[in-house]
Design a protein around this ligand. Structure first.
Ligand SMILES: Cc1cc2nc3c(=O)[nH]c(=O)nc-3n(C[C@H](O)[C@H](O)[C@H](O)COP(=O)(O)O)c2cc1C
Length: 338
């Protein structure tokens, strides 16, 4: 049978795909992820729980469970419910507090190759700064991810993440308190992500992560009350992916710092979609509950995909779906948002 590819082209293809594939992601301040597949906060515990099932050192990074200054017992039950294409959770940041997290886990993290990023939550700027100070300089802690989708008690419970000034203020305060790489996690529950993303970048964040869960509720089977003990829950899973894609697309277009995508990843195609809209890395969350081995398999699959399409790094796939120029504003100066 005749060869389907001309011999020269076949040689080129072999050359392009047979070398080492570079999957590293440089987030700045010395934090270089070995690959772009990260496990999302709240869905992989402190990593240690999964040691028997997953080779954690093959992951790009671990974002641990949300950590607060004092221990928290979390929200009343029920705390989770399934939804079409996803789940609603209202765990309420149950965690043993930063001192216990450092004491119990950091020594083990220090023996791992995989960078561990501590997800930090608080109810005031002072809370975030205090937790950060306790993490600064601890061996085994590679960076901080600020969960700013928390009520700011001093401002009548308004979430930091939905207000550009508050998001910038908490980011700037934490930036002053630490030299650790600082990631800040965006909430999708906003009308326009761009001013918020810019405020966080201007305040000195090293990277953005997007998105946290979408606010939702469910109704109890007897229809006499909302189902979740906390009434409100956060929607995650495949159902949120289009929203996450849109927010990553907009945030990546608005700032110069790297954006890490989160939301509904269940297979390689999702990873490739997020890279295409400008993400440099991707976090896997809810899908881990069904299959904790998924993130490690995605690493191998992404490497194989780079070979298949003939690129030396996944970085060559980043931004492929982003138009070269932003479309001109419409005559009315507004975009169509159904
Ligand atoms: C049970 C559960 C707990 C979570 N806990 C946290 C948390 O402590 N801090 C945080 O920033 N995000 C938390 N998240 C949000 C996830 O990290 C992620 O942003 C979100 O679930 C969207 O990704 P996914 O669709 O892949 O799950 C949690 C999500 C779930 C499902």
């Amino acid at each position: 049978m005749e060869p389907v590819v001309a011999p020269e082209a076949a040689n080129d293809a072999v050359e392009a795909t047979s070398g080492e594939i570079d999957l590293t992601v440089d987030l700045g301040r010395g934090l270089v992820l070995p690959n772009p597949i990260v496990v999302a906060s709240g869905t992989f515990g402190y990593g240690i729980e999964y040691g028997d099932v997953v080779d954690v050192d093959r992951l790009g990074a671990i974002c641990c469970k949300g950590t607060t200054l004092k221990p928290r017992i979390g929200n009343p039950t029920p705390r989770v419910t399934e939804t079409p294409g996803g789940m609603l959770n209202s765990i309420g940041l149950q965690n043993p507090g930063v001192d216990a997290v450092v004491e119990k886990y950091a020594a083990t993290w220090a023996t791992w190759k995989v960078p561990v990023i501590v997800n930090v939550a608080g109810e005031s700027v002072a809370d975030y700064v205090a937790v950060t100070r306790k993490l600064e300089g601890v061996p085994g802690i590679a960076g901080i991810e600020l969960n700013i989708s928390c009520p700011n008690v001093g401002r009548g419970g308004l979430q930091f993440a939905i207000d550009a000034a508050a998001a910038g203020e908490v980011t700037a305060a934490v930036r002053r308190a630490t030299d650790l790489p600082l990631l800040v996690k965006l909430s999708p529950n906003v009308a326009d992500i761009r001013p918020i993303a810019r405020a966080i970048a201007d305040a000195g964040a090293d990277a953005l992560t997007a998105i946290n869960t979408l606010s939702g509720i469910a109704v109890a089977p007897d229809r006499r009350k909302p189902l979740l003990g906390n009434i409100y829950g956060g929607l995650s899973g495949p159902a949120v992916k289009p929203v996450a894609l849109r927010i990553v697309y907009e945030a990546a277009g608005a700032v110069r710092i790297p954006v890490i995508a989160i939301g509904g990843v269940t297979e390689l195609a999702d990873v490739l979609d997020f890279l295409a809209v400008g993400a440099v890395a991707v976090q896997v969350g809810t899908a881990i509950f069904a299959d904790p081995t998924l993130p490690v398999r995605l690493v191998s699959q992404l490497e194989a995909e780079c070979r298949r399409v003939g690129v030396a790094s996944h970085r060559d796939l980043v931004g492929s779906a982003v138009p070269k120029r932003t479309a001109a504003a419409s005559a009315k100066g507004v975009e169509y948002r159904p």
